[in-house]
Write a protein that binds this ligand. Structure first.
Ligand code: MG
Length: 284
């Protein structure tokens, strides 16, 4: 092709133009990267693995099945041990992450880089939380043994009807306003347990958070929480039935001394301090 031909001149101009375009493209790509939303995927969010395990793992399903089935066997022993009591036996259970699985809500707030209370009220009102494996069978067994269930939960009292609808649709017994004691002013559950104790002997409590079992764990420091667990050794698996919740709860709040709204740099340094102190116990 001749260097002065129109076709040659066209391709030569294109070559020059594309060379000058390369720096523009590079600058464009850099600026595109820096304007990406920070929380597009929560790779750095420290809730990621806890939430993924809870939502996706079959191990979690096995944990709940195992625990509910053992609780069902234990329930018969607890009823027998109460034969001389004048009060009616009762079970007290928490709802969230004990009987109702809120994984879907957890994933939504995680993927959007948000946190509680984002979407929580909408989730409660939707009334679509599924039951954990083994939960319905356990609570129906309690019903067949004439043991009523009281649901002491920190779900919002203003959404009581939605929670009743959710529990009824799943087949939970005692899904009515006299057996569901939700949060009104305080998340502290002591008063609501006292209310049940007026006419009932609580023979079993179920929860994912230590404060679901006794007031000794309400806003307790980390060392005190562990000491009280040891003090209650005989209750675990007998009167107290606990489920795993690595996503949230008193275990996490106690690390931050129950302070809310810490910025990430602050919470990172608190985690480093606590994990470092733990490691100091072991020399290798
Ligand atoms: Mg709970």
């Amino acid at each position: 092709m001749r260097p002065d031909s129109p076709v040659f001149l066209y391709f030569d101009a294109m070559k020059q133009w594309s060379k000058s375009l390369i720096p523009v493209l590079i600058i464009g790509l850099i600026s595109f990267k820096s304007t990406k939303p920070e929380n597009e995927f929560p790779g750095n969010d420290n809730r990621l693995f806890a939430t993924a395990w809870f939502a996706l793992s079959a191990e979690k399903a096995a944990c709940y099945l195992q625990t509910y089935q053992l609780a069902g066997l234990q329930l018969e022993n607890n009823i027998k041990s109460l034969e001389n009591s004048k009060k009616m036996p009762a079970i007290v259970t928490d709802l969230d992450e004990t009987a109702l699985d809120n994984s879907a809500w957890s994933i939504k707030v995680l993927l959007e880089g948000k946190d509680y209370p984002a979407y929580w009220s909408e989730w409660e009102m939707a009334g679509k939380a599924p039951a954990f494996p083994g939960a319905i069978d356990f609570f129906l067994k309690a019903k067949s043994l004439n043991v009523p269930v009281f649901y002491i939960s920190n779900r919002s009292a203003k959404n009581l009807n939605s929670t009743i609808r959710n529990l009824k649709a799943l087949g939970f017994p005692n899904a009515d306003s006299s057996h569901i004691l939700l949060k009104t002013k305080t998340s502290n559950k002591i008063e609501r347990r006292i209310q049940v104790l007026k006419n009932h002997e609580i023979i079993m409590l179920l929860g994912d958070n230590l404060a679901d079992f006794d007031g000794v764990w309400e806003e307790a420091e980390t060392e005190k929480r562990l000491a009280a667990v040891t003090d209650n050794s005989k209750n675990w698996g007998r009167k107290f039935i606990i489920f795993p919740n690595p996503m949230y709860g008193g275990w996490k709040e106690s690390v931050f001394k129950y302070k809310r709204n810490l910025i990430k740099a602050q919470s990172d340094s608190v985690w480093k301090l606590h994990l470092g102190n733990y490691l100091k116990q072991y020399s290798f």
